[in-house]
Design a protein around this ligand. Structure first.
Ligand code: GAL
Ligand code: ZN
Length: 670
């Protein structure tokens, strides 16, 4: 589905537009919408995301007339459509005739109608109704020239990631039956010898509902796996209909960045193109770093293929306690950041600001005030600018560094009753990613099953749950000369959440040349000083370990406390181990490792400037320079870029240095 013209082949260049919800407005407004879309340079809209009740007003009633007309109108005006299957918000008539499709919480509360995403993923009634709707839409519009992309459902797992009803329980048992075959295999995997939890048959098993104390951790882990799979089955059923009736049109479902509940590696494999909804918080000074991380994940999910930014806010959102708008220049900068990191679409939630409903205070491309507003002027200005970036579409990036991301590890790491509840995946990952971002180092995310040979450095900020075969792959990578860097609390349990005996990080003990005798978590506010061999001092917070070298050399040792003199960071050949949480100071250690491994940054950019390169299939190269600060910054260009022109500012004179204004961006083309 990807070629030089971009990811959605029916539309050339980068896509620009947003969610279009005409069903919230009287028809008179629609003609104005289409006219203004043209004025803004909109090339695609996402249509019908929450229009189920409008399309199917009753069990046997269908109303396609309005969609027919709109598709024609949009097509006539050169606006392509990302057509939604509209299945995320079942209508009242369906819910009232089948109340059993409403989701149930772990406490047994059935969630009411009146919001959205109110369905049980395992409900056969919901699934049949959703597939019927998708089929009706695909039969009618599967070959419609306006439809350039299909948008299945909306943000699977948003609001409701799991359901504990009887139907879901039965589905869970079927899933367990397939996974384990017999009940004794389940008993052994779940360790049911503990606390008298033995089952005689699958019929005795239930989901991990609210219980008196901690629930069986393997049961909880299997539940996470099951919930991701149950929603994926819903997606798959709709996707099959689209593949049958709309062959050749790409299909996506919009992701929610680095979202815990869904194993996006498994999901992305079943999409034609990855898409994301990104809502960095303008009040967070590190928002652009978190965003870069999420965009790198989106690019990585399909092995580097361009992805689509399907939703972002033009200015403020409406769902935080305080919703800070984007100051002038920020939405442009953050949009281009997504493009710099592989996006072939810059789309928004939503086209026209709602007048009623829960999101009426959410910003939109066309604000309440109308066209005489700052928002609208930015919408038009940016649409025109984006057209200049058409040559970027389809371009890919390369990286010398990879980060291992394993959803089942994320789930297992954050189960209850661990040595420290403060060991959270995102908290561990973010400082590592931030260190790379700050040094201008390009990075990919990889699944635990990935081929690693192309990378100079592979980072695993945490591998609490470590399968033998993943350990073997990592060990082989290090043995072959790759720099493997493992973070603390790793190699602790297997895929059933059973301890690897004999000293952690058991399956990697040999490779890393260390053994952990005991975990030594630190309470909130506590820190332990440690020194690198060259005398530089750092401090660990949150987590330390009683670590003994068995073949590894100490790169850093603790200076104080019960661990004084023991190694905190070690190295055996190209295998590195960090037995503590260094927070942002991890940058010091990672910096050393990247130097040792010969990793080169994209550009030696000044602090606050982000630099990336995208290479088009046709051979053109684009250097993105993004100034995330509120002051002008001079960037010294490498020789090969000094004669390149800036697609965003054709008049800007190229030379050895380039001045970026506050929040400004340059996209050099050669
Ligand atoms: C997304 C959702 C949209 C809209 C938006 C508001 O999560 O997909 O429908 O609710 O948030 O920020
Ligand atoms: Zn259910």
């Amino acid at each position: 589905m990807t070629d030089a013209t971009g990811t959605v082949t029916r539309v050339p260049g980068l896509l620009y537009g947003g969610d279009y919800n005409p069903e919230q407005w009287p028809e008179e407004v629609w003609a104005e919408d289409v006219k203004l879309m043209r004025e803004a340079g909109v090339t695609m809209v996402t249509l019908g995301v929450f229009a189920w009740a409008r399309i199917q007003p009753g069990p046997e009633e269908w109303d396609f007339g309005w969609l027919d007309g709109l598709l024609e109108q949009l097509h006539a005006h050169g606006v392509a459509v990302d057509l939604a299957t509209a299945t995320a918000s079942p209508p009242a008539w369906l819910v009232r005739s089948h109340p059993e499709l409403l989701p149930v919480t772990a406490d047994g509360v059935r969630l009411e109608f009146g919001s959205r995403q109110h369905y049980c993923p395992s409900s056969p009634v919901y699934r049949a109704a959703a597939v019927r709707l998708a089929r009706a839409l695909a039969e009618r519009y599967g070959k419609h020239p306006a439809v350039a992309l299909w948008h299945v459902h909306n943000e699977y797992g948003d609001h409701v990631t799991e359901c504990f009803c009887a139907e879901s329980a039965a589905h869970f048992r079927r899933w367990l039956g397939e996974r384990y075959g017999g009940i004794e295999a389940l008993n052994s995997a779940w360790g049911t010898g503990f606390w008298s939890q033995h089952y005689r048959s699958l019929g005795e098993v239930e989901p991990p509902r609210t219980a008196p104390g901690p629930v069986n951790p393997t049961q909880a882990l299997d539940w996470r796996r099951f919930c991701s799979d149950a929603l994926l089955e819903c997606y798959r059923a709709e996707k099959a209909v689209l593949d049958e009736l709309a062959p050749g049109t790409p299909v996506t479902t919009n992701f929610m960045s680095m979202f815990k509940a869904l194993d996006y590696w498994a999901w992305a494999a079943e999409e034609d193109v990855v898409s994301d909804d990104a809502y960095p918080d303008p009040a967070d000074p590190d928002a652009h770093v978190h965003a870069a991380m999420n965009y790198d994940l989106m690019r990585s999910l399909k092995g580097g293929a361009p992805w689509l930014l399907l939703e972002q806010a033009p200015s403020a959102v409406s769902w935080r306690p305080v919703n800070v708008p984007k100051r002038p220049g920020l939405q442009r900068l953050w949009s281009l950041q997504a493009v710099a990191r592989g996006a072939d679409a810059v789309m928004y939630f939503q086209w026209r600001a709602s007048r009623a409903g829960a999101e009426k205070h959410h910003s939109a491309l066309l604000p309440h005030r109308g066209t005489d507003s700052r928002g609208w002027r930015e919408t038009v200005r940016f649409g025109a600018e984006l057209r200049r970036l058409a040559p970027v579409a389809g371009g890919r990036s390369t990286a010398q560094v990879a980060i291992v991301l394993d959803w089942e590890n994320w789930w297992a790491l954050e189960l209850e009753d661990h040595p420290s509840a403060r060991m959270r995946w995102l908290d561990l990952l973010r400082p590592w990613y931030a260190a790379l971002h700050r040094s201008g180092t390009a990075v990919d995310f990889v699944p635990p099953t990935a081929e690693l040979d192309g990378y100079r450095v592979v980072l695993a900020p945490n591998l609490y749950l470590l399968r033998e075969r993943t350990a073997q792959r990592l060990a082989g990578y290090a043995a072959g000369g790759g720099h493997l860097v493992c973070g603390p609390f790793s190699g602790v349990v297997d895929e059933h959440d059973h301890i690897h005996l004999g000293g952690y990080p058991a399956p990697l003990r040999e490779t890393l040349g260390v053994v952990v005798d005991e975990f030594w978590p630190l309470p909130e506010g506590a820190a332990t000083r440690l020194s690198l061999a060259d005398g530089r001092q750092l401090s660990a917070t949150r987590w330390t370990e009683w670590l003994e070298p068995h073949g590894a050399e100490a790169v850093a040792r603790y200076d104080e406390g019960p661990l004084a003199g023991l190694p905190a960071v070690t190295r055996r050949g190209t295998a590195w181990y960090l037995g503590c949480d260094l927070g942002p100071q991890v940058a010091v250690v990672l910096g050393e490792i990247l130097r040792t491994a010969g990793v080169t940054p994209v550009l030696a950019a000044p602090e606050g400037v982000e630099a990336t390169v995208r290479r088009s299939p046709g051979g053109a190269e684009h250097l993105f320079l993004l100034n995330h600060t509120d002051r002008p910054i001079v960037v010294t260009l490498p020789a090969e870029w000094t004669t390149a022109n800036d697609l965003l500012a054709p008049d800007r004179v190229p030379g050895p240095a380039l001045t970026l204004g506050p929040l400004d961006v340059a996209v050099l083309h050669r």
